[in-house]
Design a protein around this ligand. Structure first.
Ligand code: HEC
Length: 98
């Protein structure tokens, strides 16, 4: 998640968007593998994350501003849907899986 956060930060700032999105999609495969047997919500969010990151990388490669915005928004939504379901705050900047 740490690396996902760094990448998402770059994407937000419009820095290395294509490369960052590709890496997020890659990490998404590990995230999906982790959740596949544990939770339907987790598995679905992971799939959505991969789809959004892949779309974002494509949009960035094509320099398509509108598509970059749309898929960036989608990507952010996938973070939230999994966090709402599976992330528990246990302290200042400390989270665990629930
Ligand atoms: C399929 C589930 C899932 C998805 C999708 C997901 N996260 Fe997480 N995230 C978690 C869980 C569970 C935790 C808490 C445990 C942990 O930190 O590993 C977490 C923790 C975090 C943390 C707290 C710091 C840390 O490393 O513990 C950050 C920041 C974070 N996620 C960012 C993101 C961003 C940005 C995205 C989207 C680009 C994202 N996450 C997508 C499940 C997910």
């Amino acid at each position: 998640m740490k690396e996902v956060q760094e990448l998402q930060g770059k994407i937000r700032k419009n820095v290395e968007v294509e490369a960052s999105a590709k890496r997020v999609a890659e990490l998404g495969k590990d995230i999906e593998a982790f959740w596949a047997k544990r939770s339907e919500t987790g598995a679905k969010s992971s799939k959505d994350l991969i789809a959004a990151a892949t779309a974002l990388a494509k949009a960035a490669g094509a320099n398509d501003e509108a598509a970059i915005k749309d898929s960036g928004k989608l990507l952010g939504g996938t973070c939230r849907s999994c966090h709402d379901a599976h992330r528990e705050r246990v302290g200042e900047n400390v989270y665990k899986i629930k």
